[in-house]
Design a protein around this ligand. Structure first.
Ligand SMILES: *Cc1c(COP(=O)(O)O)cnc(C)c1O
Length: 236
């Protein structure tokens, strides 16, 4: 199957999951997670109509970005953990960082945004499963509260929602409670911080579980394998 055919299939699956739950497919964003794949693969996805791409390493994307400079309306999202020394580079290359996981990082990205005179869209990554090996802030943690409180004094950041990666399960149905939890966290934040932060985006669902995530309210699914094929496991 080609990338173009894969995208057509994923779109159909997204549409039927959306209709099943009374939502419109056009209200959902399909993000193509292109990490480990070359610029030519990204271009094929772009030609098939996709505009939102996710990458998880600054260095890797930096070397691909030059070849993709002509895709003016593409949006590049950083979806992996950001190391402190890569903040400025990340703010330069990406239009959004979906993996904000500390107040410190928020402050640094805001400073980078100031330097570049650019407003970065960010999503707060929530570790819904409480897994030690995963990044993200815990729901209802002091760190999450600190980020939300700081939002109004970080003018170069625009918080637009939450992102999560639930614990890996064989059966996608087992991810459902985690997706539900993310939606609850998002609704609580929207109630409590109405003016300071926008909670419109819920980024949840990957190749094996995006249909369940859509049923639980996802507005953006991040799909890699189902579009580009298996990744080289040693690379990531
Ligand atoms: C790699 C990755 C994805 C895509 O995973 P697939 O299972 O290949 O669809 C989604 N989100 C994040 C944060 C990732 O790192």
């Amino acid at each position: 199957m080609s990338i173009t055919e894969n995208i057509a299939r994923v779109r159909e699956q997204i549409a039927s999951a959306a209709w099943r739950t009374g939502r419109r497919p056009e209200d959902l964003t399909l993000m193509a997670v292109s990490k480990t794949f070359p610029p030519a693969a990204i271009r094929e996805a772009y030609d098939a109509g996709l505009r939102v791409f996710g990458e998880n390493r600054v260095q890797e994307f930096s070397s691909k970005a030059e070849e993709l400079g002509d895709l003016q309306d593409a949006q590049w999202h950083m979806i992996g953990h950001l190391q402190a020394n890569k903040n400025l580079k990340a703010a330069e290359l990406f239009s959004a960082v979906d993996s904000l996981d500390s107040l410190r990082l928020a402050e640094r990205l805001n400073a980078a945004g100031q330097t570049l005179q650019k407003t970065l869209r960010v999503m707060i990554e929530i570790n819904v499963g409480g897994e030690a090996a995963k990044s993200g802030v815990a729901p209802e943690s002091p760190e999450l509260e600190a980020i939300l409180q700081a939002a109004s004094r970080l003018p170069n950041l625009s918080i637009c929602g939450l992102m999560t990666i639930p614990p890996l399960t064989e059966d996608p149905q087992l991810a459902r409670p985690y997706f539900r939890r993310l939606r609850e966290v998002s609704e609580l934040i929207a109630l409590r911080h109405l003016r300071a932060v926008d909670m419109a985006t819920l980024s949840m669902g990957m190749s094996h579980d995006f249909e369940v995530a859509i049923e639980e309210g996802s507005t953006c699914v991040r799909v890699g394998t189902a579009i580009f094929g298996e990744r080289n496991k040693t690379a990531h």
